[in-house]
Design a protein. Structure first.
Length: 426
């Protein structure tokens, strides 16, 4: 017997039964983001490795440890995208979008790849729904974006998700904070993991999001970034909070949150769900402002803010909610003999063309086995076709939930079905 081939670890198949939840979330995102004026973009799944090195940062876990990097046949170093912000910025620069409009709002959804240690809610191919707004440096843009996430989560009926906020300052005030942080970390050198002992010199902020528990304990007692903000950064952060309060959006300021990517300036935020279904993977989304990244990638001096939600994690939460996402067929046609099989094929074809969700068992089989299948399909109605129906052109629609059968002519099944379906109690 030949050996079975399994899927790649950390990469999941999505099958009917579950995919409906994904489609529903994606649909809500398209709807809500559209209301905020965001247009969808699709960028390739593979990019030049240097794009992520120069934006997300060489010392981050994402780039340093988790990227799927390979050489193509032409000897180029390419990487599967670990996130969507850098590819979107690359596309923005490449298409000179800043010359076409002062403010641009884009969203995207699709798979991202990180070679992470797997657990519930953390995979190696995972899906993000993200958005980026280019051209506005004002706190109002950050707030509008957070409002969009809040409205998106509301549209999914997801509750108990808290918004955490912080400001990481900018190139004017961050050096002083860095210096203080390095001084503090040096004093705790022995307590840090080997990676952090190195990062402390090369990129001290990354020590703060190290997954090692000891490093986390050191980070928790370190200097507070908010105490180092310069006046413009402080004003921006205050304005942000005032505007959030104005919209009735609740938040918590968390000065320890730095996020695991290098490109952020000023605002950073995370949406955290307190739900056991997610285990420790409780961050359902995160983002922030990155006013200098575009320039750093050789593009124009355009400020930007964005976020990404983890679709896999949203789906885990929705599965727990017990809500139904699958759509049952309107009708299951049962054909009791061979002649009726042909009629079932033409009848179902016609009904589907007329917009109804219709099923029938192409294998035929006994009345009992087909009724069983009809029952399992969850169809709202069944219609049995036999010799009598074929010759008379008349049949009966039977509501699976019970009640008197409804006589119909075979020409009028769609009309009758619609009338009775719409009149049916929910
Ligand atoms: P991130 O925090 O790295 O940010 O990822 C955003 C979200 O993606 C996380 O909050 C989480 O829900 C989900 N996620 C990340 N890694 C995994 C994984 N291995 N398995 C399942 N879900 C995961 C970014 O990627 C930034 N690009 C966000 C952003 C957009 N910042 C500005 N614009």
């Amino acid at each position: 017997m030949s050996q079975k081939i399994s899927g790649v670890k950390g990469m999941n198949d999505l099958l009917p039964g579950e995919i409906e939840i994904w489609q529903s979330v994606e649909g809500r995102a398209r709807d809500v983001f559209g209301r905020f004026g965001y247009g969808e973009i699709r960028t390739p799944m593979v990019e030049d490795t240097a794009l992520f090195v120069r934006s997300v940062g060489e010392e981050t876990d994402i780039v340093g440890k988790e990227m799927y990097t390979f050489e193509d046949k032409g000897g180029r170093s390419l990487s599967l995208r670990p996130e969507g912000t850098a590819p979107a910025a690359r596309a923005y620069i490449e298409h000179s979008v800043n010359n076409q409009e002062p403010v641009t709002r884009w969203f995207y959804m699709g798979p991202m790849f990180r070679y992470e240690r797997m657990k519930t809610g953390r995979y190696r191919q995972f899906y993000q729904i993200g958005a980026e707004a280019y051209g506005a440096k004002e706190a109002a843009q950050d707030v509008e974006m957070m409002d969009m996430v809040v409205q998106f989560l509301e549209s999914l009926d997801l509750k108990d998700i808290s918004l955490n906020l912080n400001s990481l300052g900018d190139e004017a005030c961050r050096p002083a904070y860095h210096a203080k942080l390095v001084e503090y970390l040096k004093a705790h050198r022995e307590e840090l993991c080997g990676d952090c002992q190195r990062r402390m010199e090369t990129n001290p902020l990354r020590v703060l999001d190290c997954k090692n528990e000891k490093c986390q304990a050191v980070a928790a007692a370190g200097p507070n970034v908010l105490e180092f903000l310069c006046e413009p950064c402080r004003a921006h952060f205050n304005d942000l909070q005032r505007k959030l309060t104005g919209l009735g959006i609740k938040y918590v300021v968390n000065p320890r949150m730095v996020r695991g990517l290098d490109y952020y300036t000023r605002t950073v935020f995370e949406f955290i769900a307190a739900h056991p279904a997610l285990g420790t993977a409780s961050t359902v989304g995160g983002g922030g402002r990155y006013d200098t990244m575009m320039k750093g990638l050789g593009g124009p001096d355009v400020p930007a803010v964005g976020f990404a939600m983890g679709l896999d994690r949203l789906v885990l939460l929705l599965k727990e909610s017990g809500k139904k996402f699958t759509q049952a067929p309107d009708l299951f046609v049962v054909a009791v003999d061979e002649g009726s099989q042909d009629l079932a094929l033409t009848l179902t074809s016609r009904l589907r063309r007329e917009g109804l969700r219709v099923d029938f068992d192409t294998r035929g089989g006994s009345l009992k086995s087909q009724m069983k299948r009809a029952d399992k399909s969850g169809a709202h109605f069944t219609l049995v076709l036999g010799e009598a129906e074929r010759t008379s052109g008349q049949a009966k629609l039977k509501r699976m939930a019970g009640g008197e059968p409804i006589p119909v002519t075979l020409d009028d099944v769609a009309k009758a079905l619609r009338a009775h379906r719409d009149a049916a109690p929910a």
